[in-house]
Design a protein around this ligand. Structure first.
Ligand SMILES: [Zn+2]
Ligand SMILES: [Zn+2]
Length: 294
């Protein structure tokens, strides 16, 4: 598995062997599994410091102090920290926690009853009642039970069930993913590429190009692939010359984004970008001597 950060001017960010590229041999008998924690580590230890070193004058020269970090859609990039406020992690009633691990990874959610030596994860009812919320009495008066999760879309004021009521609380609504929190904490901006629109994501083109090289040059063994993968990727984003291919991918993605901004349909956007990148259009472009950022 490869995890990498690129900028459009440098492609793969690197200084003397230090790269914004990480390899991971996934599997139980290898490096384990790439998690949100690994991603946050790469962001903090490699991507941000490399970006700052490679762009002299940052931040003042760029008129911004913030890096816009955009990530692929992936379950890791959408993972929440263990302490995150996620309504689905709570049951209706308080839950007794038996293992020490549970206590360590979920700070701030417990009521420790010292005399009983019992630790509990608060349930929906406790949390809501502590804040004076809930319709428990109203239902009990009717000899009815307020169902934990209505299983439908929330009603207009989120009073349909305890689950939706908790989900609508401002701190639950504002809960960000672990990666989003890490990027913001470092003072930068976070976004995910839109789902199902890899044409707007230049790193997909980079992976695609490296895969084409791998298919041609690889001997189809795991060892050969892991020995040569770094080199295949370097062929697309070379260490000793400007990353022209990467810049072309970057510009192509922006054409799609602009086309979507102007047009209504996907078909129209694709037609427009094709027209832009076709040879005929390009030569026409150079005749009028307008700058072409291709
Ligand atoms: Zn750069
Ligand atoms: Zn509901």
């Amino acid at each position: 598995m490869v995890s990498e950060f690129q900028c459009p001017c440098h492609g793969t960010m690197r200084i003397q062997g230090w790269k914004s590229r990480t390899f991971f041999h996934a599997g139980t008998n290898r490096d384990g599994y790439w998690t949100s924690k690994d991603m946050v580590k790469q962001l903090k230890d490699d991507a941000i410091p490399l970006f700052e070193k490679l762009h002299p004058g940052f931040p003042s020269f760029y008129f911004t102090t913030r890096i816009y970090l955009i990530f692929d859609q992936s379950s890791n990039h959408n993972a929440y920290a263990p302490s995150a406020k996620i309504e689905s992690r709570f049951g209706l009633k308080d839950k007794i926690l038996k293992s020490v691990d549970e206590r360590v990874i979920l700070p701030g959610k417990y009521m420790g009853l010292k005399e009983e030596r019992i630790w509990k994860l608060k349930g929906l009812r406790t949390i809501l009642e502590e804040h004076g919320l809930g319709r428990w009495e109203e239902f009990e008066a009717k000899k009815k039970h307020w169902k934990t999760n209505c299983g439908k879309e929330a009603n207009f004021d989120h009073t349909c069930c305890p689950f939706h009521m908790l989900a609508a609380q401002p701190d639950f609504v504002a809960q960000k993913t672990a990666l989003h929190e890490a990027v913001n904490k470092a003072g930068h901006l976070f976004a995910l590429y839109p789902k199902y629109h890899c044409e707007t994501n230049w790193i997909e083109r980079y992976w695609g190009s490296a895969k084409r090289i791998a298919r041609k040059e690889c001997s189809y063994t795991y060892k050969a692939l892991s020995d040569n993968l770094d080199g295949f990727l370097d062929q697309v984003s070379p260490p000793d010359s400007p990353p022209l291919e990467i810049r072309r991918y970057y510009n192509r993605c922006w054409r799609y984004i602009h086309a979507y901004n102007d047009m209504n349909s996907v078909t129209e956007a694709f037609k427009l970008v094709e027209k832009f990148t076709s040879r005929r259009y390009r030569s026409h472009h150079s005749v009028t001597s307008r700058s072409d950022h291709n």
